[in-house]
Design a protein around this ligand. Structure first.
Ligand code: DAH
Length: 381
């Protein structure tokens, strides 16, 4: 009863101050509550950390369960992150940091569990494996027969003091024909069916390696003793005996007093080194615009030894190259005085020599990439 009376006596002023106190109290209580939430969250995180450390994943299913429970889209890390809204503003920063650490901690544990499991798998798959056994043989590639023969030709001529030069496959008319004493409209151009790129000015795919002779002589450094291997192109119908691209080796020796006897001895040495000491040679007169005199050289047939067979068309001889003394016009076209210098030249097909050496019957085999063919050269050098 007394209290009631007292209460009725309370003045207006006092009333408002009570209200203020009450709201402060309320605010304090709220703050306390919010801090409590933070406390509780931190405690929970500690407990989760312990559970995570104690987690073991004996198989991939368990590992996946871990991932879903903790790191999945509805997993614990995401859920706790969602609590950020309940954390008081001044604690948000600290809570954010704690949560990031927690996330990293959980991810690190996941990685560790995964690594452990992977290692166990590797161990299991090597169980009973004898590490002292010798390894499997690695299949060895083989050099292409054209490379084998080209390298062999180079090494034979190197011993005679010949250097190696190369030239362009896309060539102008002058270096492929003109300078080689084959002026435009010369009928001998018909001997080499040409792939032209341009007519005027004429650019073409070189039809022989003789263009490199010109390029080397133009440099004007004498004496020249060189061989020039490379790929050449002709507009031929592809068959067992002809192709639109093939390989040649050109030879050139220009100096004082080079004679046809030098040419013969050089080529004789070459074929004996290439095909064996018993091989015989013969020269037949021939015609090339860039040499005078010109000849074609035959070797005794390797298949029948000269008695006559299909390969030599019953003649006992097979043609292997064209050669001759460098024509004086060719020397002067390159700025070399033909009254002072002489030279010999020759050109041979690498495919032709390879076919004779290894008894390959079809030219197309060289460019078909058939491993059954290529494998047969494993170990050859
Ligand atoms: N260039 C000729 C050809 O492709 C081959 C040749 C013959 C080259 C005689 C020469 C040579 O250097 O002197 O048919």
């Amino acid at each position: 009863m007394r209290t009631t009376i007292r209460f009725l006596k309370v003045t207006e002023k006092k009333q408002s101050s009570y209200l203020q106190d009450a709201s402060i109290l309320l605010a304090l209580a709220l703050l306390l509550y919010l801090h409590l939430i933070m406390e509780v969250l931190l405690q929970q995180i500690e407990q989760h950390k312990q559970a995570i450390t104690g987690f073991s994943a004996p198989n991939t299913d368990a590992l996946e369960a871990f991932r879903i429970q903790y790191l999945g889209t509805k997993g614990l890390v995401k859920t706790l992150m969602g609590e950020m809204k309940n954390v008081p503003n001044e604690d948000k920063r600290a809570f954010g940091q704690i949560m990031n650490e927690f996330k990293e901690f959980t991810e690190a544990r996941y990685d560790a569990l995964k690594e452990l499991l992977d290692a166990q798998h590797v161990d299991a798959s090597f169980k009973g494996f004898d590490f002292t056994l010798p390894g499997d043989n690695l299949p060895l590639g083989s050099r292409h027969p054209i490379s084998i023969v080209r390298n062999r030709i180079i090494s034979i001529f190197k011993r005679l003091g010949f250097a190696v030069a190369e030239g362009p496959e896309i060539e102008d008319d002058w270096h492929n024909f003109g300078a080689l004493n084959l002026p435009e409209d010369h009928p001998a151009r018909d001997m080499q069916d040409t792939f032209y790129i341009n007519q005027d000015p004429a650019w073409l795919l070189r039809t022989h390696t003789s263009n490199v002779q010109i390029r080397e002589m133009e440099k004007g450094h004498l004496p020249i003793r060189m061989i020039m291997p490379g790929r050449v192109y002709r507009n031929e119908t592809i068959s067992a005996r002809a192709h639109c691209f093939f390989h040649q080796v050109e030879g050139l020796y220009v100096a004082d007093n080079v004679s046809f006897a030098d040419l013969k001895q050089t080529l004789y040495f070459f074929v004996k080194e290439m095909f064996g000491q018993d091989v015989k040679i013969r020269f037949r007169p021939s015609y090339f615009p860039f040499t005078e005199p010109s000849a074609e050289m035959d070797i005794s047939c390797l298949i029948c030894g000269g008695t006559g067979c299909n390969v030599c068309k019953q003649t006992g001889w097979v043609e292997i190259l064209g050669c001759g003394m460098v024509h004086p016009n060719v020397l002067s076209n390159c700025g070399i005085d033909p009254n002072k210098y002489t030279g010999f030249a020759f050109g041979t097909g690498i495919e032709r020599i390879t076919m004779l050496k290894y008894q390959v019957k079809d030219l197309r085999l060289f460019s078909e990439n058939d491993v059954r063919f290529l494998n047969q050269f494993t170990g050859a050098i």
